[in-house]
Design a protein around this ligand. Structure first.
Ligand SMILES: Cc1cc2nc3c(=O)[nH]c(=O)nc-3n(C[C@H](O)[C@H](O)[C@H](O)COP(=O)(O)OP(=O)(O)OC[C@H]3O[C@@H](n4cnc5c(N)ncnc54)[C@H](O)[C@@H]3O)c2cc1C
Length: 457
């Protein structure tokens, strides 16, 4: 077994899981994290409090024996619970038999499980309070600063892997590299986290086994359950315009806004105004860049390579898949880093781009389309087909959240299926007339025709 010294910058979700994969391969892993150890000092990051983990993330955790432990600490969510403006609710299940779920998990809880697991490997060392300032690709060193501002030093290893998140210092150091492509696109919307506390009579004040959504076309509120009975709500709202963060400038305007648009949620958030003004407004961005690897000695992984907006709940899931892909590439190329990093980049870049695009599209679906008649018809048709033809049909949501079909394949297949189903459903007076046999034939014929045209090309 080969044992190289590998430096990982960032002990977040991707950095810790990757450290475990590499340690299992026998490498010596040094991890540098700018924050204090969250297990002792709590989580001080500005990211979301809880996260949705689904099949891709779980399957990565299974590979290192951590899935069971993580799921013990998670809450299953079987569908989207839609809240209309009158406070009525209905469930849009993720699967016809309610047997498929995504899981809500605390970010700090998950990261702590990963850190504990990493600590159990003698060949992983984690250094907290160590800030990476930059990377010099000519000298192949990362410049660090310790807790003391005068404590500056450089680190290096056979390979340095940047897992330092959406604002990656390492990635920013690559801007001066010839032919390094980079784009960063901010949404017009920001987000704010609020809390529904646990109840006095019942632990959970609303249905715990669902992802709650209050869709209001140009904005929305969502809520994910936490183990201790609370819900973390996230308001996604434009920065400017009416209504927006700019117009919610005092206690009165916040109260009136919530009473008008989210009356049932308003009743459940006792500290609404205080939380609204004491919690930061987070921004949402998509980052794309290329290349992700440099001369077999540097790689970007997770949000450092591809930050995506959170509307598909896939950023971390995608990051965990990156770790699996890199591990598999190392296996295939017998830990030849040059070849393995190239293979990793080739496999993942196209898929990261696909989930980035789907995440942006899903924002529109969540805040607007879930109340749209055309969308609801198609979704009904999809659920019928998934129930009747599980081997032949898989919807976009199903492929993304409940399979490990590459994101790019899922996107291409879903776009065609959705077009076919929407066209067919639009010809029906009533969904009672929906003929699943006819619909699946249309989809299968399209797939055969496509394969033929690819073969002829
Ligand atoms: C509001 C919101 C909700 C989300 N919800 C979901 C969800 O439901 N499901 C999902 O799959 N994904 C979700 N995501 C995305 C998910 O959080 C990220 O994709 C995931 O955290 C990426 O992991 P990472 O390790 O690349 O980055 P991070 O988890 O951000 O870790 C980066 C680490 O690097 C450290 N670091 C940063 N800079 C430096 C430096 N200069 N030197 C040293 N260390 C440094 C940080 O302190 C941090 O520990 C959400 C994101 C947001 C913003």
């Amino acid at each position: 077994m080969k044992s190289d010294k590998i430096v990982i910058i960032g002990a977040g979700l991707g950095g810790t899981l990757l450290a475990i994969f590499l340690a299992r391969r026998g490498h010596e892993v040094e991890v540098y994290e700018r924050r204090p150890d969250m297990r002792k000092y709590g989580y001080t990051g500005g990211r979301s409090i809880n996260l949705a983990i689904s099949t891709r993330g779980i399957s990565a955790l299974e590979k290192v024996g951590l899935a069971e432990k993580v799921l013990e600490n998670a809450i299953p969510m079987r569908g989207r619970m839609i809240h209309d403006e009158n406070g009525s609710t209905y469930l849009l299940p993720y699967s016809p038999r309610l047997d498929k779920c995504i899981y809500s998990i605390s970010r700090q809880g998950l990261n702590s499980i990963l850190l504990d697991a990493a600590d159990s490997y003698p060949n992983i060392q984690i250094h907290f309070n160590q800030f990476c300032q930059s990377y010099n690709f000519r000298r192949h060193v990362a410049f660090m600063r310790g807790a003391d501002v005068y404590d500056e030093y450089a680190v290096s290893g056979k390979v340095i892997i940047a897992c330092d998140g959406a604002t990656s210092a390492i990635r920013n150091s690559l801007f001066s590299m010839e032919r390094f492509n980079y784009s960063q696109t901010f949404e017009d919307h920001g987000y704010k986290e609020l809390t529904i506390p646990a109840g006095k009579e019942t632990l959970f004040q609303i249905e715990p086994y669902a992802l709650h959504i209050w869709p209001r076309k140009s904005f929305m509120l969502i809520a994910l359950p936490n183990k201790e009975g609370t819900f973390t709500c996230t308001l996604f709202l434009a920065y400017e315009g009416e209504p927006s963060f700019a117009t919610l400038k005092d206690y009165d305007s916040v109260r009136t806004f919530f009473q008008k648009y989210f009356p049932d949620a308003y009743e459940l958030i006792p500290n609404l105004e205080e939380e609204f003004f004491s919690h930061p407004t987070g921004s949402l961005k998509t980052v794309k860049c290329y290349p992700w690897v440099y001369e077999g000695q540097l790689a970007l992984l997770g949000d450092a390579a591809h930050a995506v907006v959170p509307f598909y709940g896939q950023g971390m899931n995608c990051t965990f898949e990156d770790c699996v892909a890199l591990d598999q590439a190392l296996e295939e190329h017998q830990d030849d880093w040059n070849k393995a990093l190239q293979a990793y980049q080739e496999k993942r870049k196209v898929n990261a781009d696909a989930i980035a695009d789907m995440a942006v599209e899903n924002f529109i679906e969540m805040r607007d389309s879930v109340t749209d008649e055309r969308f609801l018809r198609r979704r009904k048709a999809e659920l019928i087909l998934e129930e009747m033809y599980p081997d032949k049909f898989s919807s976009r949501y199903n492929m993304v959240s409940f399979t490990t079909v590459p994101y790019a394949t899922a996107l291409a297949r879903a776009r065609r299926q959705e077009q076919i189903l929407e066209t067919y459903c639009s010809t029906l007076k009533d969904m009672q007339d929906f003929d699943p046999t006819y619909a699946i034939t249309l989809i299968e014929e399209d797939s055969i025709n496509r394969k033929l045209s690819i073969a002829q090309a």
